[in-house]
Design a protein around this ligand. Structure first.
Ligand SMILES: Nc1ncnc2c1ncn2[C@@H]1O[C@H](COP(=O)(O)OP(=O)(O)O)[C@@H](O)[C@H]1O
Ligand SMILES: O=C(CO)[C@H](O)[C@H](O)COP(=O)(O)O
Length: 551
């Protein structure tokens, strides 16, 4: 049946594997989140820029959270299950056992995480080829994509990993395989991270040119030669073994997965905005930009025709909303950067103690502290002489330059809580200026954005949301369900169950507007000046590098 909402008691489970934790939700046909659970996951950083995880650890966490959210309901009412995850690389041998991705030979650590930057030399060589597939990743391949990581494995772990490997999965596809035994890959992961074309398939010449001709020789069996659209139902659904692990009945429909940012996009971008006084009411869905803000931020804009934006990933066909092209801007560290700045400050122990005494998160405490010290002026004006460039882990978009570093100007000798709060504010603002730069690049290439839809952990921070509105000058929509990435994953499960005729129909029925935050237009002049300084920072950083390179 189509349109699902006439049927009571039909549930979907969404599972979202982020960088720091795994979350699950039980969601109904109207997109209401009925139960939520989360569980932290292990991360290893054996060397600087090497970031690893364990697929067994992640699957075990998926099982814990799924069992929790279905507790107390009749599990036969669960109609579908959808996974999303970070775009990390999972390596298994021919018998599907984990293989080590590290020099230590620790096979528990069989995932190279998305933010791992070990393959710098490899991505440099890939970009030097100027192969035509690079047009579809903004002109420059990112070190965070899979091709450079695969080449690194071949060049560095030939015997212990590469020669033994039987299956290389994007993490979202690993999860759907684990649940169903089906090795088909999602169009989303292959198009966005592996250079696959929705229209033309794999490009043999690319893999041959970069030295990974092995994949061509075996008809891509190790990286995927069966590809399905996100939300398509996989095989016979949950296998008996996976069903036991997850606490669900065997045979429940399981969807082809999405990368986490893309699930967030599905969870928010299709909402009915009528009645909120928004300019995007009556405008096409292509005027909406979904910004998924967690450890990183991803800026998802869709279009009817392909738009080539230098330094912005894509255009990717049907990788998020079927039938639409997707451009994906991004900032590699945002939540992680805020945590880094706050936790590294001398006043952090004092902040922790004071926040704990008030039973608040450190961010809620910092926000109220900023309100105290701002006096009569708007809070954002506290950073008139403190400016941050946020690329502590390189620039993903639109400069696509992994050599860029973070910058702070305006430091003083004091190290008290006021200092920490203002540095935190300047960091949040820098991230919002980064979003403005990405939007300007997308608009210069042909996008026309009027409204931001924010979700992810950082969207729970009111200061982060207000700064995005003020600095971009656009209204920010927050969904009714804070955990909108999980709604996106549940939409996949709902599509796989057959309860909705299309992803678009499920999006329209399951994503809902919660709160709208409007920009303080009276502060525009101040932010325009700060934006000028922001752009100068990177210009100067490039000058410093040129000076140091010269004789
Ligand atoms: N309630 C909150 N207030 C402020 N920041 C938050 C809150 N919850 C999470 N965050 C921030 O969001 C980031 C993590 O977001 P999340 O979506 O959980 O990440 P991921 O999907 O990468 O695991 C962290 O850096 C954290 O500081
Ligand atoms: O590259 C990405 C999406 O294309 C994401 O940044 C990556 O998957 C990490 O996501 P998160 O910040 O939610 O952990």
């Amino acid at each position: 049946m189509s349109g699902g909402d006439q049927e009571p008691g039909r549930y979907y489970v969404g599972v979202d594997v982020g960088t720091g934790s795994v979350r699950a939700a039980l969601v109904d046909q109207r997109g209401v989140l009925l139960a939520f659970a989360d569980q932290p996951i292990n991360k290893w950083e054996p060397q600087f820029s090497h970031h690893e995880q364990s697929s067994e650890d992640i699957w075990a966490a998926c099982c814990v959270v799924t069992k929790k959210v279905v507790q107390g309901i009749d599990v036969n009412q669960v109609r579908g299950l959808g996974f999303d995850a970070t775009c990390s690389l999972v390596v298994l041998d021919k018998q599907f056992h984990p293989l080590p991705v590290n020099l230590e030979g620790d096979s528990r650590r069989n995932i190279i995480m998305w933010l791992d930057h070990r393959a710098v030399s490899q991505v440099h060589r890939i970009n030097e080829t100027q192969h035509s597939v690079l047009q579809y990743v903004g002109g420059v391949m990112s070190v965070e994509m899979q091709a450079p990581k695969l080449l690194w494995l071949k060049e560095n772990l030939r015997e212990t990993c590469w020669d033994k490997a039987g299956h290389f999965f994007d993490l979202p596809d690993f999860l759907s395989w684990k649940a169903t035994g089906v090795t088909a890959r999602s169009l989303c992961s292959l198009v966005c991270k592996w250079t696959y074309s929705a229209e033309k398939g794999w490009d043999d010449s690319f893999w041959k040119t970069i030295g990974l001709e092995d994949f061509v020789a075996d008809n891509y069996s190790k990286i995927g030669n069966q590809v399905l659209p996100p939300g398509a139902s996989l095989g016979n659904g949950l296998t008996p073994e996976a069903a036991k692990d997850l606490g669900l009945p065997a045979g429940v429909a399981v969807a082809a997965s999405l990368i986490d940012a893309h699930a967030g996009g599905l969870g928010v971008i299709g909402a009915d905005v009528r009645g909120h006084g928004l300019s995007c009411e009556g405008q096409p869905v292509t005027s909406r930009l979904a910004v998924i803000c967690g450890t990183s931020s991803c800026h998802m804009g869709i279009s009817r025709d392909p738009i080539f934006v230098p330094g912005v990933w894509g255009p990717y066909f049907s990788a998020m909303v079927p039938g639409f092209w997707l451009n994906e801007g991004g900032q590699s560290v945002t939540g992680k950067l805020i945590d880094h700045m706050v936790q590294g400050h001398a006043a952090f122990p004092e902040l922790q103690a004071k926040a704990a005494a008030r039973c608040q998160s450190v961010y809620a405490y910092l926000n109220s502290h900023l309100d105290l010290i701002k006096k009569a002026q708007p809070v954002g004006f506290l950073t008139v002489d403190l400016h941050v460039w946020p690329d502590f882990h390189g620039n993903r978009s639109p400069l696509a330059d992994l050599t860029l570093k973070g910058m702070v100007t305006g430091l003083k000798l004091s190290q008290d809580l006021d200092d920490l709060a203002i540095l935190y504010l300047a960091t949040v603002q820098a991230i919002a200026f980064g979003t403005r730069l990405i939007i300007e690049a997308m608009e210069a290439a042909g996008h026309s954005v009027s409204t931001l839809f924010l979700c992810g952990g950082l969207s729970k921070n009111p200061l982060f949301v207000q700064m995005h509105a003020d600095i971009t000058g656009m209204p920010v929509i927050l969904s009714r369900e804070v955990e909108s990435v999980l709604v996106g994953a549940a939409i996949l499960g709902a599509c796989a169950s057959g309860d909705f005729a299309s992803v678009q129909e499920a999006m329209a029925k399951m994503s809902k507007v919660g709160k709208v935050v409007f920009p303080r237009l009276e502060d525009k002049r101040y932010y325009d000046k700060k934006y000028k300084v922001f752009l100068k920072l990177v210009e100067h950083q490039k000058e410093y590098a040129a000076i140091m390179k010269g004789d």
